[in-house]
Design a protein around this ligand. Sequence first.
Ligand SMILES: Nc1nc2c(ncn2[C@@H]2O[C@H](COP(=O)(O)OP(=O)(O)O)[C@@H](O)[C@H]2O)c(=O)[nH]1
Ligand SMILES: [Mg+2]
Length: 337
Amino acid sequence: MEVFLQEYGIYLGAGLVGLTGLFSGLFLYRKRQAKRQVASTMTLGLEKTHDQLKIRLGELIRVSRDIDEGVYAHLEEVLLGADVGVKTTQKLLRYLREDVTASGRKDINLLKGYLRTEILKILNAHPTESLLPKKPHVQMIVGVNGVGKTTTIGKLASLYRNNNETVLLAAADTFRAGAVDQLKVWATRVGANTLAQKEGADPAAVAYDAVKAGVARDFDKVVIDTAGRLHTKVNLMEELKKVRRVIDKALPGAPHEIILVVDATQGQNALHQAREFHQALGLTGIILTKLDGTAKGGIVVGILDEIGVPIRYVGLGERLEDLQPFFATEFVDALLA
Ligand SMILES: Nc1nc2c(ncn2[C@@H]2O[C@H](COP(=O)(O)OP(=O)(O)O)[C@@H](O)[C@H]2O)c(=O)[nH]1
Ligand SMILES: [Mg+2]
């Protein structure tokens, strides 16, 4: 009997612990859901980077009194850890030292405020120029395989459609199996048109036809998807330059934008890609995707600073609405809040 009671007691205890766990789990889940409903897409998309920065800066602030040499050294580690990159980290630290010296205010509690100002200084150095509207407005989207070009084109088309613009998507990635169909699925989903030839067709010919069709049928936007990799013997950059030349033949002055898509989870590799594509093609904008999948969102600051090309949009998830225009202030606030 005693053994039975003991065992019963154990089960009861375990049951209670389990129930409490279940309820507190449910409570935390509901709380998180509520937070998600009020937070902006930017805040949610940058959650990983934000949380990491919050922990590491929080520790630094807790154990320090003034912004001193030790703080600069730690901050350097934190920024490098968020993939801001060596050059841009040095620049941020230099700005910070200058501001701290100039103001004479070293209280550690001012650190985040200083950081916000210095990051904004860098982000605002390369603003997006407003473009004169062209009809059709032709955008050529470039980038290596798997970074999110086709998905991003689908999301861009959705934004344009919401704005009541007519959109023609050109499937000039004729190399990758399934790329044409993937683009068509997006087009159907958002109410855009596509122009495609069969797999293996000449990408420049597809782009040419699309721009001609865009002019003839009076589309507002023509967005050209391109390949990220070709047969090894074909040089990607040379092929993309050819596509660009042919677009200009179809409509002098086009493409009006050449936008590079890079994957933020690739870190410093994304920076190398940006440098290479910019050298070859002269980029007008950059879109950074998959920021939701990394704690290294500092790459945004590094890329903007080192390449000097404006960030146009950021990809913060796989849903249609997860492509957001990039605004420096909103970005920094989501990062440091
Ligand atoms: N989590 C996340 N995934 C993304 C984002 N953008 C694209 N992807 C995913 O990246 C993968 C490759 O995308 P795709 O558009 O085919 O790349 P492409 O080869 O450059 O055309 C797909 O699974 C997309 O859903 C983003 O912002 N966040
Ligand atoms: Mg693709």
